[in-house]
Design a protein around this ligand. Sequence first.
Ligand code: NAP
Length: 308
Amino acid sequence: MTELRIAIVGFGKIARDQHVGAIAAVPGATLAAVASRNASLPGLPHFATIEELLEKGPRIDAVSLCAPPQVRRAQAAAALAAGKHVMLEKPPGTSVAELDPLIVMAAEAKRTLFATWHSRHAPAVEPAREWLAARRITSVHVNWKEDVRVWHPGQAWIWEPGGLGVFDPGINALSIVTKILPKPVFVTAAELAFPANCQAPIAANLTLTDIGGLAITAEFDFRQTGPQSWDILVETDQGRLTLSGGGRHMAIDGKTVAEAPDEEYRELYRRFVTLAVTGASDVDLAPLRLVADAFLLGRRTIVEPFVD
Ligand code: NAP
């Protein structure tokens, strides 16, 4: 197999925590360079910007874009214009429509554009989808609450326009919901709580449904201290499915039926390597559309300022 020589662009928390190790573990993928204004990795060529990387860097086949979403579209366009395959961290962009020209560029250049949703590759997600496919679903509740100070310290971009606020983790839940439910879902109402000094919500409650009128509710909150929750509860005619730990654990009526080590980012790179062989793209915007619709429909309240 030919090696896919990848450069990571935006070397922050997720690049360090997940991408470096996943690339090292996946056959056919090699980390060849880093482009980041302030960070580098010993032993690897380093460039401050993607433009410098593309102009002066070593031979690379692909970039993995791990900077905040506000700069993702421009970086992806530059990489595709230079003939590189592109992997996008989630969320794939700051608006839905900005992905359209990238999809066209990738198709014309016969290069891969891969919009990743890492939570969809959590080990219990596919077993949950299969279990639900054979049952009648009566309701769904998402409970996705974490402490922003623990998980996103100093990440000012998250509070800026396009940073998504609590939907930065919340979109992970929506990526799972849109994978495990058999029919497309849509938002019917949203309540968004904006800190007085922020441009993105710190908490949100969503009501969603599908063509059959399924009752779906979701609670997202960045102010959770103590136990953290990344849970999805699905009631069916044959029992309650609980997907917890962000999709890593599945129980039916309280009894564990699926649990496995986390391979989310390895799965993403395995898929990227496979897609790049033919230059095929994989861009599912369903989770991003739900967040965009929550902003369109959302009833807004102002809450106390957020101080990191
Ligand atoms: P982060 O720690 O803030 O890192 C992003 C890095 O991008 C920064 O360290 C910075 O490196 C660079 N960057 C920041 N602003 C930039 C700008 N305006 N132009 C160019 N580069 C810029 O954020 P992160 O947690 O890694 O998250 C990055 C993306 O991954 C987000 O979309 C997030 O949703 C996603 N993600 C994060 C997690 C997580 O657990 N943190 C999990 C899954 C997905 P330099 O200063 O060196 O340029």
